[in-house]
Design a protein around this ligand. Structure first.
Ligand code: NAP
Length: 489
């Protein structure tokens, strides 16, 4: 590919078929599904639309490859990831354009996601050779304990549309490193980044059957039989809490190991003693990264009374100045939302808040014309009982509310079923530690508007999920612990 790729060249370069047992093949009956550009609504291309029988073929391939992959030297497993990391970085520009076309985010953010996605491979390339065990003397002094770690086995991996590559490498990286084979199903709306990714892994030397990709318009119909089949031993899911709950139920029958990265409803707390410049910068990142379509997006701003007016005024100035447009255009910050249903959801959340007394400081409506655009929006006086305070917005809307005391801020922040991430701005170290400990969340951004990092344990508590991805614990999700009781005479 050349240095300035064209839109058609990056779409044409991707395999559109299913990737099963190291080979590209059409879906049974040659069925296909369309992939749309959310900035125009036009069809970019068609990809294979897998049936349940195709899904079974993918699981058969993963099961057949499992025993030999588990024995594959960890160093070589890591080197496949490392070579894939290098190819991803070399082709960042082409992959970023592809991602922007199918998902809509601005090119600069897509470049960032490709690099972030690649980093999971670099990180887990290093972790592949650090799977350790243990040796201990039993308390009675006679026996010995050997503790040893083995791959969980064939794994089902399901990813959402909002980070179409990074949510994949965050699962494939540790699965490959641990010695697990997998079947991965990306969201039907953004399959191209995953198909490009597996093509790169094949180039990097991935053996047949180790990673299999199925794209389908029938997620439930294809995945449920694979969960109930019993040969897959693990499900790792990133997506909404409602789908996650359904999958947990399905997994209970065959007692699959599960990792669940689910929805969020992040509070963003700003105390009077905060560095307000830093808080505004952090708010812009936490709110507008990925056009607000992130599980980590700041969903509710709570600002202490002394600085609330200034914070609202400055955030409004910044939000209203952000250029809206197609993600491929230079300087655009606000790309399209994923589809018309997303626009309808955001619009209804804003109307509900306004009906309950919220004031619109900027935005508050969609944008006429093709594509699914919504104006960056700031609202104040958003009542705690409005849907905006409880539902995931998944759009560029910032609801602001005022608090007086630390206890009130903590109570409001924790008033949600979710517990993925919270943001906190204060310069008082005592307050920082007190509030951090009281926040019900798996992650806290302390004077920082972004928490995602491949070297850190990402994940939520409460209805935001189970397990952690990334960091030194990320590989644990794909390992079983076996203990051997050694009798000594
Ligand atoms: P979603 O509707 O739950 O879909 C997620 C994935 O599950 C997609 O691949 C989807 O495929 C598939 N799926 C849907 N129904 C299924 C079923 N019955 N059986 C098997 N698979 C099924 O979520 P989304 O709208 O794509 O993504 C947004 C959600 O993901 C938000 O709630 C966000 O917070 C969450 N998220 C969480 C994290 C995290 O790390 N905690 C990260 C990113 C996103 P189809 O769409 O093709 O049907």
């Amino acid at each position: 590919m050349n240095a300035t790729p064209s839109e058609s060249s990056v779409v044409d370069a991707v395999g559109k078929d299913l990737f099963i047992d190291g080979k590209w093949r059409p879906a049974s009956g040659s069925k296909t599904l369309p992939v749309h550009d959310p900035s125009t609504g036009e069809v970019l291309c068609e990809v294979a639309d897998a049936s349940p029988a195709d899904g079974k073929d993918a699981l058969d391939a993963a099961v057949a490859a499992q025993a030999s992959w588990a024995k594959h030297p960890p160093r070589e497993r890591g080197e496949i990831l490392r070579r894939s990391y290098e190819l991803l970085m070399e082709r960042n520009e082409e992959l970023a354009l592809l991602m922007t076309l199918e998902m809509g985010k601005p090119l600069a953010e897509s470049r960032g996601e490709v690099a972030y996605a690649a980093e999971f491979f670099r990180w887990f390339a290093e972790e592949a050779v650090r799977i350790d065990g243990g040796y201990a003397v039993a308390p009675n002094g006679k026996g010995r304990f050997l503790v040893h770690r083995q791959p969980v086995g064939p794994s089902l991996l399901i990813t959402p549309w909002n980070f179409p590559m990074a949510m994949g490498t965050r699962k494939i990286g540790p699965a490959v490193a641990a010695g697990c084979t997998s079947v991965i199903k990306p969201a039907a709306q953004t399959p191209l980044s995953m198909l490009a990714l597996v093509g790169i892994m094949a180039e990097a030397g991935l053996p047949e059957g180790v990673v299999n990709v199925i794209t389908t318009s029938n997620s439930g119909g294809v995945i449920e039989p694979l969960i109930r089949d019993g040969r897959a031993r693990k499900l790792s899911f990133t997506g909404s809490t409602s789908v996650g709950r359904k999958l947990l139920e399905q997994c209970s029958e065959k007692v699959l190991r599960t990792s669940m990265e689910l929805g969020g409803n992040a509070p963003f707390l700003v105390f009077d003693d905060a560095d307000i410049d830093a808080a505004i910068e952090g708010a812009m990142l936490a709110k507008l990264r990925n056009i607000g379509e992130a599980c980590t997006a700041a969903n509710r701003f709570y600002v202490q009374r002394g600085i609330a007016d200034e914070f609202a005024r400055r955030l409004t100035e910044r939000m209203s100045a952000q250029p809206i447009g197609r993600g491929t255009e230079e300087g655009v910050v606000i790309g399209p939302l994923i589809d018309e249903a997303a626009i309808e959801k955001v619009s209804s959340l804003v109307s509900d808040a306004v009906d309950r007394g919220a004031k619109v400081l900027t935005g508050g409506a969609g944008v006429d014309g093709p594509g699914h655009f919504y104006q960056p929006t700031v609202l104040t006086d958003v009542p705690q009982d409005s849907r905006l305070a409880h539902d995931e917005i998944f759009g560029p809307v910032a609801p602001i509310n005022v608090f007086d005391t630390e206890d009130e801020a903590i109570a409001k922040a924790n008033d949600t079923e979710y517990g993925l991430v919270s943001y906190l701005y204060t310069q008082d170290i005592n307050r920082a530690l007190r509030v951090t400990e009281a926040l019900e969340a798996g992650m806290v951004g302390l004077n920082q508007g972004i928490v995602s990092n491949p070297a850190a344990p990402f994940g939520g508590i409460k209805h935001s999920g189970l397990g952690r991805e990334g960091g030194t614990v990320g590989i644990d999700e794909f390992l079983e612990t076996k203990y051997v009781a050694v009798g000594l005479s």
